[in-house]
Write a protein that binds this ligand. Sequence first.
Ligand code: HEM
Length: 191
Amino acid sequence: MSWYNLGLFLHLGCVVAAFWFAAQIHVGMERLWSADTSGQALQALDLTHSGARWMPWIGLALLLTGAYLTQSRWNWALPWISISIVGLIALEGFGGASGKGRRKLRQRLQGQPLNAPLAPEFVAAARGPLARTVHFMLPLLTVGIMLVMVTKPGALGGVIELVVAAAIGAAWGSRRSLSPRREPHEEIARS
Ligand code: HEM
């Protein structure tokens, strides 16, 4: 195996890790959206945080392994390389903003009894359409970057791939934000 192959393997390993922790974040967010008490919301936020705290490191590892691959066989002037870097910065930026929002939600729960019902304002803030839209947009944006890496398009093609992927994710998230909140007895009936 060449050093390049090893670098590519590590790069792809980072992609797998990103989706692994994204799944953890997603489960936490779904639990947050269906939480009824402070304790349930705190547990959900903790689960989300335990996945989200790895994301900046995974982003850095993607950048470093990607930089190694670019330097060894490709060229920094290639549009698909610049587009992937912009996409990665967007991912980290939106991810960081979502994390900040979740930290604010956590602060609101501080000092409340674990069995206290969630205030309607908290539920509205946690289920806000913007938060959901961004939450669903990020994994699709990552899929868009994967598509850019695999197809290696020119500047226009790359931008279209990223924008379409992110728009699909955003549309999916905003649709989910329109659906009514499921009550616990409905969850049981569905299972
Ligand atoms: C979320 C961010 C990223 C994802 C999901 C991602 C995904 C991928 C995937 C799936 C491949 C395999 C493509 C193939 O073998 O055809 C790949 C390869 C590659 N990536 Fe990334 N990547 C990301 C970020 C980056 C960044 C920031 C750079 C540059 C600094 C980069 C540079 C490369 C290079 C040079 C290859 C090798 C292409 C080849 O040998 O065919 N990647 N990436």
